[in-house]
Design a binder for this molecule. Structure first.
Ligand code: 13P
Length: 232
């Protein structure tokens, strides 16, 4: 089981330090834990979690090593910092920053080549689900990805992100089974995962962990979800 906390655009270096100091005192044996702070907070997270089993990952990465790409960060730079992995293709990047299946594919490929662990995100919008297009959308998003030992996927239905509307365990299981039929790697569920719904989601056969947004920002709720994973 893998529990990853996607902090999105929350926590600068000071708040990151406070969180990591608390996290390293927790006993989380039995679950793989990853935190994904904003770029500016990666260094302090790497420093404070060094020597623990908790990994630090970025939220995106560019596909070139260096170049004229204002605002971007390369896999080589992340590696230099001691960062373990990165999220790629989060729906917020697709929705607000023009991320496409093609750029997701390029970012994932470059990150894996550079030796980073990758959490690649897929998921349909509410409209696409209502139109019965969920499988078509997932198939298209997954068409740019190939299995790799350092790749996991996150199924994050867009309608469940930050809305408090969680996919039912049945919906999650069905989507995860479909995702695995396309690209056979572990699949995390993301979308309003909270301490009180984590256990039933994680109990599904093809749910291999969670990518947690809002509930990963507080130590108590994040570690409660990690403990639900340990028990499942
Ligand atoms: P929430 O857990 O806040 O719904 O966010 C999910 C998410 O987008 C994780 O990447």
């Amino acid at each position: 089981m893998l529990i990853a906390g996607n902090w999105k655009m929350f926590k600068g270096p000071a708040e990151t330090a406070e969180f990591c100091l608390g996290l390293r005192d927790e006993d989380l044996e039995g679950v793989d834990v990853v935190v994904c702070p904003p770029f500016v907070s990666l260094a302090v997270a790497v420093q404070l979690l060094a020597g623990t089993e908790i990994a630090v990952a970025a939220q995106s990465v560019h596909w070139e090593d260096e170049g004229a790409y204002t605002g971007e960060i390369s896999a080589r730079m992340l590696r230099e910092l001691g960062v373990y992995g990165t999220i790629v293709g989060h729906s917020e990047r697709r929705q607000y920053f023009g991320e496409t299946d093609e750029t997701v594919g390029k970012r994932v490929h470059a990150a894996l080549e550079a030796g980073l662990f990758v959490i690649a995100c897929v998921g349909e919008t509410e409209h696409e689900r209502e139109d019965n297009r969920t499988e078509d959308v997932l198939r298209r998003q997954l068409s740019v990805l190939e299995p790799d030992d350092n790749l996991v996927l996150a199924y994050e239905p867009v309608w469940a992100i930050g809305t408090g509307k969680t996919a039912t365990p049945e919906i999650a299981q069905e989507a995860h089974a479909f995702v695995k039929s396309q690209v056979e790697v572990p699949v995390l569920y993301g979308g309003s995962v909270k301490p009180d719904n984590a256990a039933e989601l994680l109990a599904q056969a093809d749910v291999d962990g969670a990518l947690v947004g809002g509930a990963s920002l507080e130590l108590d709720s994040f570690t409660a979800i990690c403990r639900a994973a340990i028990r499942s």
